[in-house]
Ligand binder design. Structure first.
Ligand code: CP3
Length: 343
């Protein structure tokens, strides 16, 4: 099927048994790597995203340095609101800032469902370059944010622990909120389809703030839009859905037709399996902060995680993004322990 030298990830997503689980790390291209920090001194964040040569170089860093089984495109979920017409800034130590967020019906006139080939072509150029430079070493994961998580930033205008303003927007102006969620969904479907056309082997939908919603709200505000995205993509590539904290909806997420479901460290493997059923791959779920432990502790804990999943329909990963203060040899210890594992 594929000409990849290492297709462990795709095999597991397609339901095949492999001798060990594939391993990659969410946010594996980033600030814990000195090689990334060097480029960060010279170029702004969106300059790095928009320059295919830089995006390619950063995407490949963790393949060469840490030895993961998959590459994930270097970009950001916030390029979508940018393409829809909102200004997005990345401010050091503050994170993302959207100076003119969506608050009212009038604000909706400032955004649109864009032609992704006009606004996000640089991403597709980067994917083509990455595929060429990877030369079949490992598969490439494309990605986008889930509509609810994107709405969080478009409405709140910045990071938040609660995203209370985004929630208030949904509760006080539901029609507007659903109009916005549908616009983000339509953009995201076109965006992910174009990523696949450019060469992405699989795509992951990040619903980082899905866990802020209770089960009914999650269905109504988040999952019904994720469902549309999975339906539109699933016949082209395997889709992985990571809705952090939304353990209560693993069963309904599995029913979308997603091949993989990301889980965080707050749910044990056996419960996640019980909730999700047997027809889906589980991805996770090492606590990223545990990578700050001494290396022997990391090795022991990674083995315990692998034992808990039993190398059955499992992709080894963290339960959320790697932290910037993790030493590179600790990240390598995580990856090496998976690679040495025999069940
Ligand atoms: O995983 C990868 O290595 C690929 C690249 C990637 C980035 N962001 C690069 C990035 C991916 C997949 C993302 C996804 C993303 N972006 C999410 C979903 C995943 C998650 O962690 O929950 C979210 C919520 C964002 C929004 C975002 N972008 C935030 C909140 C921040 C600032 C905080 C932080 O983690 O740094 C960013 C900036 C960002 N995106 C950086 C990187 C490498 C750091 C930029 C820098 O300081 O150099």
């Amino acid at each position: 099927m594929s000409t990849l030298q290492n297709d462990l990830l795709l095999k597991v997503l397609n339901g095949e048994q492999t001798s060990r689980p594939p391993v990659w790390m969410m946010r594996q291209a980033g600030r814990y790597l000195p090689e990334y920090m060097k480029l960060r001194e010279k170029y702004g964040f969106f300059e790095r995203c928009q320059t295919p040569e830089l995006a390619c170089e950063i995407t490949l860093q963790p393949i060469d340095i840490v030895g993961v089984d998959a590459a994930i495109l270097f970009s950001d979920i916030l390029v979508v609101p940018q393409a829809m017409g909102l200004e997005v800034q990345l401010i050091e130590s503050k994170g993302p800032v959207l100076p003119d967020p969506i608050k009212t019906a009038a604000d909706m006139n400032r955004i649109r469902v864009p032609d992704v080939n006009e606004t996000l072509q640089y991403v597709f150029d980067a994917i083509q370059l990455i595929k060429k430079e990877l030369n079949g070493r490992v598969p490439l994961i494309g990605f986008a944010g889930a509509p609810w998580t994107i709405l969080c930033y478009m409405v709140q205008g910045k990071g938040s622990k609660t995203f209370d303003e985004a929630k208030a927007f949904c509760y006080t102006q539901p029609e507007l909120a659903h109009q916005l969620l549908q616009m983000i969904t339509d953009t995201t479907i076109a965006y992910l389809k174009a990523q696949v056309k450019a060469g992405a082997d699989t795509v992951q939908v990040f619903d980082s703030w899905g866990g802020l919603l209770g089960k009914d709200d999650f269905e109504h505000i988040s999952l019904q839009y994720i469902r549309q995205i999975v339906a539109a993509l699933k016949d082209e590539v395997p889709v992985i859905v990571f809705a952090k904290g939304a353990w209560h909806s693993l069963e309904s997420m599995a029913a979308t037709g997603a091949k993989g479901l990301g889980i965080d460290w707050c749910i044990p493997a056996h419960l996640a399996r019980q909730f999700a059923g047997d027809n889906v791959v589980l991805q996770g779920n090492f606590d990223p902060a545990k990578l700050l432990s001494p290396i022997p502790v990391i090795k022991k804990e990674v083995k315990a995680m692998l034992d808990a999943f039993g190398n059955k329909a499992h992709i080894a990963n963290l339960g959320h993004g790697i932290l910037p203060n993790v030493p590179v040899d600790h990240a390598k210890a995580f990856v090496d322990t998976v690679k040495e594992y025999t069940s």
